[in-house]
Design a protein around this ligand. Sequence first.
Ligand code: 2BA
Length: 109
Amino acid sequence: MKLIIAIVQDEDANKLIATLMDAGFSVTKLATTGGFLRSGNTTLLLGIDDDRVPAAMACIEKVCKSRKQVVTSPMPMGGAGEVYMPYPVEVVVGGATVFVLNVEEFRKL
Ligand code: 2BA
């Protein structure tokens, strides 16, 4: 058995959950926050049999889209006063960041 941890953008989360559930997967949704952008994203947990990993990956690939986001990072302007100017930086947030872990034991009590 595997545990899939998929970090996706909030915009894709509801559609992905519906797609996964239609395909027969059990899903747990967690509200999470990315460390870099400090904005909300969604983490999904799926416990699944090994042979269903490709099907789950296909759902994730089908639904999740890459998007560009602009972050404002402080840029040093030099000089003794240490003045920092806000500087817009564009980052591409991926469709999904997916971890696949081996599950040692799975129980429902
Ligand atoms: P964030 O940490 O908010 O990162 C959002 C996007 O910002 C990243 O997209 C990446 O394009 C960019 N980024 C992140 N760290 C950066 C840095 N040090 N310098 C420049 N740009 C940077 P993704 O790579 O698609 O990641 C989307 C979200 O997935 C991340 O949100 C984070 O919540 C999670 N994530 C990505 N890689 C991870 C990892 N190795 N471990 C745990 N979570 C991860």
